[in-house]
Design a protein around this ligand. Structure first.
Ligand SMILES: [Zn+2]
Length: 256
């Protein structure tokens, strides 16, 4: 990978606007390290689905012998890193251009991008629903399931402020890929299998009438829309998504 200092002017590929470099690491060059919040990493993975300046070949990691292309868990299955960039616009209008390998550098090599870049990612993804075609991503990626609640529904709570409540029948594929049909309307003990979700990290949660949530142990939960409110999501700042009878979504969120 060509090395560029963080926050230097971008010049690697085509650009119709000024951008600055982030995450163009190279062998033999020092880079800052430190913790990056899992929600920010998940947010960056969401944004990296929108690949920019796609290259012809694949760049490898120069710091380890990870097989190229390097895979990274993303909202639509694995992202393949190393042949494109992710462009992020900060609240002050600065545009950051990073190679998608930045996700691997953060995860495997403890690289810590500049704070203003991390803030821009957080601003764009945290606490916001992201529309992608006919589906919406709930801001759950990177969050840990802290509570499983059972009444006449099954609910998952992450970070206090994020609650998903499921009243309709669902399918849970456990980490071995075995499907379990769970109906909150039947015997409560049937929901026991879902307790495996406690303390798991959400990789992505996507709504398109139905709801699909993926977890870090490869397990996933799917709810189909129904003729009543099959599921709902409540987040911070009054953010709310409800699966309406028939499968349309009702969405509330503050203006950006
Ligand atoms: Zn590496």
């Amino acid at each position: 990978m060509t090395y560029y200092r963080d926050l230097s002017p971008y010049e690697y590929g085509e650009s119709d606007r000024p951008m600055v470099n982030v995450g163009w690491l190279g062998r033999g060059r020092e880079f800052p390290t430190g913790p990056v919040a899992p929600t920010v990493v998940a947010g960056l993975a969401r944004l990296a689905v929108d690949e920019r300046n796609v290259y012809r070949g694949w760049h490898e990691c120069e710091f380890c012998d990870a097989e190229s292309p390097i895979e990274f868990p993303g909202p639509e299955g694995s992202l393949l890193l190393g042949h494109a960039e992710v462009h992020i616009t900060g609240p002050d209008g600065v545009v950051y251009a990073a190679p998608t390998l930045i996700l691997h550098y953060i995860e495997a090599h403890e690289y810590r991008p500049p704070t203003e870049f991390l803030s821009a990612v957080a601003q764009m993804t945290e606490g916001r629903l992201v529309e992608r075609g006919d589906r919406w991503e709930l801001p759950m990626g990177g969050r840990v399931v802290e509570q499983c609640l059972v009444d006449h529904a099954f609910s998952l709570r992450c970070d206090e402020a994020h609650l998903i409540r499921i009243e309709g029948p669902m399918t849970y594929w456990d980490s071995n890929g075995w499907p379990h049909q769970v109906d909150p309307d039947s015997e409560p003990v049937g929901m026991g299998v879902l307790l495996q979700l406690l303390r798991r990290t959400v990789v992505s949660a996507e709504a398109a009438g139905g709801l699909q949530i993926e977890f870090d142990d490869q397990s996933r939960l799917q709810v189909e829309p129904d003729d009543y409110e099959a599921w709902s999501y409540a987040g911070p700042d009054g953010m709310r998504v409800v699966s309406l009878p028939g499968g349309d979504l009702a969405i509330w969120q503050r203006k950006p």
